[in-house]
Write a protein that binds this ligand. Structure first.
Ligand SMILES: *Cc1c(COP(=O)(O)O)cnc(C)c1O
Length: 397
């Protein structure tokens, strides 16, 4: 099929919830993707920060093939070795205690909300009027619970009523968060690095201040590491830069490097909040998904992925600084590791479209920010290629 034929077929039968770019991708290799007509693209989007290991990785593919031949699914009525190992891997990597596997990021957030409510319900003798503080311009997913804590009126508008007792505060404004804490606050939730909101890392003062506030008032600190976690920041989880541990952490995206899997992970304080019957998922943690996560943990070590993020992330940072200096339409550059953003004074849609046309996949974060979230195995030569395409497009604007 041609790109156009795939597009026509898709648009006949899919609900139109996405304005997709006009290409149909067919296969991938390393950090490149190919469309159905054979055109090659350098990938700086990684399936939205998912494909950390890149494409067509032999050891990863083999681990999945082996697991498919053995066992794909059995439900959570039984134990499996891949699930047990994945939980141990994630607990160790996060420094937290216990894991619940989900199928997506939004479900990880749902679980974290349930942990917070149950923790407070136990503590307050069955009271059910607890509040959660979340951040303006945050993004936590599209199901109704996670949409309720997503600080964007635009996403929420048509779907009200959402879940009750969510209070929004300004990200990186500790005084604002503190002023919104009440006796009923059971959790403070935020992304360690805001992704969809425009690539804003939390400040050290903010993270440590919230940790202190939560300790003083017995509130759960919930960190959403769905996008910034699994090595993207240069540490396995971005909170590891701040000398804190959250009480609950949500992961997904790169956790399976392409196979749908997410998780919420609880620390000591909330490790017994959920008990048998409180939560469940038919697919959650199935052998195929957890075999993928185990392969990811193995390959991160074997390929020294974190070292690469730090080295190539620093190089990308320097190159994007140069772009900012060269082009007056760029007004800010921020980020950590291989999660960086360039903010423009103009909408970035045409710039992104131009880069795709010229063989480089980029994505935006909001209307004015280009987001750079490539595979974590990318090399400096790929950064150079991307910068060349980007500059070429900016010169024609
Ligand atoms: C992508 C994302 C989610 C939602 O994950 P899904 O797998 O799309 O449900 C939640 N939080 C953050 C920070 C994300 O980037």
């Amino acid at each position: 099929m041609t790109n156009q034929e795939v597009m026509d077929l898709a648009e006949k039968s899919l609900i139109h919830t996405y304005n997709r770019f006009p290409i149909a991708l067919d296969h991938g290799d390393e950090v490149y993707l190919y469309d159905v007509e054979g055109k090659k693209y350098l990938d700086f989007a990684a399936g939205i920060a998912v494909m950390a290991l890149g494409y067509n990785v032999p050891e990863y593919n083999q681990a999945l093939k082996d697991q498919i031949d053995k066992l794909i699914h059995v439900s959570n009525l039984y134990y499996t070795e891949p699930m047990a190992k994945a939980a141990a891997n994630l607990a160790k990597a996060s420094g937290l205690k216990r894991v619940f596997f989900t199928n997506s990021g939004t479900e990880a957030i749902e679980g974290a909300i349930k942990v917070a409510r149950k923790y407070a319900w136990l503590k307050d003798n069955g009271a059910t009027d607890h509040e959660i503080i979340a951040m303006n311009h945050s993004f936590h997913g599209r199901s109704l619970g996670s949409l309720s804590v997503t600080g964007s009126a635009h996403y929420q508008e048509a779907f009200k009523p959402l879940i009750d007792k969510i209070v929004f505060a300004d990200f990186n404004d500790l005084d604002d968060v503190a002023s919104k804490v009440t006796d009923k606050t059971c959790a403070i939730l935020f992304e360690t690095i805001q992704g969809e909101g425009g690539i804003y890392p939390a400040s050290k003062e903010f993270v440590q201040g919230i940790r202190k506030l939560c300790d003083e008032k017995d509130i759960l600190m919930i960190l959403d590491e769905v996008q910034c976690g699994m090595g993207r920041s240069g540490k396995m989880f971005a909170y590891q830069y701040y000398d804190v541990l959250p009480d609950v952490m949500c992961s997904a995206k790169a956790l399976g490097c392409g196979v749908p899997i997410g998780a919420f992970v609880v620390g000591e304080k909330a490790e017994n909040a959920l008990t048998a019957g409180d939560h469940g998922s038919t697919y959650g943690g199935n052998p195929l998904a957890t075999a993928a996560a185990n392969a990811v943990f193995d390959l991160y070590e074997k390929k020294h992925v974190l070292d690469n993020v730090n080295e190539v992330g620093a190089y990308l940072y320097q190159k994007l600084e140069e772009v900012e200096q060269q082009f007056p339409c760029v007004c800010d550059h921020r980020g950590m590791g291989l999660m960086q953003g360039l903010e423009f004074t103009v909408p970035v849609g045409p710039i992104v479209a131009g880069c795709i046309k010229n063989g480089c996949l980029l994505i935006s974060a909001g209307s004015n920010v280009i987001r750079f979230v490539p595979p974590l195995v990318i090399g400096k030569e790929h950064v150079d290629q991307m910068i060349q395409v980007l500059k070429g497009v900016l010169e024609t604007m």
